[in-house]
Design a protein around this ligand. Structure first.
Ligand SMILES: [Zn+2]
Length: 113
């Protein structure tokens, strides 16, 4: 997806292969695309190379899990990142129920304006 951002996601269970890797790295394309690292609770930045729209009440953003940084174990989990008023409020493994392409743009879905 070209430029993107990263969400660092702390998880209780480590990587299934090496047991380390308690931080999951999830790539997403929303906000100013600046290879910036975020955590849940952070405000999204805007202002250059923006993708999406700032200030929406509730958006679901599709994220792609990256390989374990300790052992490179392949992760094929997709994530659902919920953003409310430009704050990342949660991220969970996506359950496949949202159609991220249904609003005509890639990988983010307005749930409430
Ligand atoms: Zn690992």
């Amino acid at each position: 997806m070209g430029m993107y951002n990263i969400l660092l996601l702390d998880q209780v269970e480590g990587c299934p292969q090496c047991g380390l890797g308690k931080t999951r790295y999830v790539q997403f394309g929303f906000g100013a695309l600046a290879l910036k690292e975020y955590r849940v609770g952070d405000d999204l930045e805007w202002g250059s190379l923006d993708r999406g729209e700032p200030g929406l009440r509730h958006v679901a953003v599709f994220g792609t899990g990256l390989n374990c940084v300790d052992c490179d174990y392949g992760c094929d989990d997709d994530f659902r990142i919920d953003v409310k008023s430009d704050v990342i409020v949660s991220a969970v493994v996506d359950d496949g129920t949202l159609d991220y392409l249904s609003q005509g743009h890639h990988y983010w879905l307005v749930l409430e304006r």
